[in-house]
Design a protein around this ligand. Structure first.
Ligand code: FES
Length: 125
């Protein structure tokens, strides 16, 4: 299946590769690290910058380990902050009441997941 480039968008993955209660990291800006995470929660996909509002650090403890064991929260493994996967709101931890920074996704007719509104320079990588 070919992927048609979309202006201002970067292809991430097939939607069915993202399991319920799990998240994956992506490097859409070519920085050599996962700067965006996509979580599936209650059937819907949500994208967030991988930066904790507490100390502005990456949140996973190893590749693609962003979620709590029960799949109900995104976790910052630095100090244990818990975030709602749908709103990005911190509901427990040192950044209580602050939120992750969201990113916009589109799922196309081929069930491909695209990160949209990406700076054009990143789209040429
Ligand atoms: S850096 Fe994320 S909870 Fe402290």
């Amino acid at each position: 299946m070919s992927r048609q480039p979309r202006p201002g968008a970067l292809y991430l993955c097939p939607a069915d590769s993202l399991d319920e209660g799990r998240a994956r990291g992506f490097d859409p800006y070519g920085e050599g690290r996962d700067t965006v995470l996509v979580a599936r929660w209650q059937g819907r996909l949500h994208a967030w910058l991988n930066r904790c509002p507490h100390l502005d650090v990456a949140m996973q403890y190893r590749k693609d380990r962003f979620m709590s064991g029960d799949g109900q929260h995104i976790v910052c493994f630095a100090h244990g902050a818990l975030f709602r996967p749908d709103s990005g709101l911190c509901v427990l931890g040192p950044c209580l009441g602050q939120s992750l920074q969201g990113r916009e996704l589109v799922i196309d007719d081929d069930s491909a997941v695209w990160l949209v509104n990406v700076p054009q320079a990143a789209c040429t990588l």
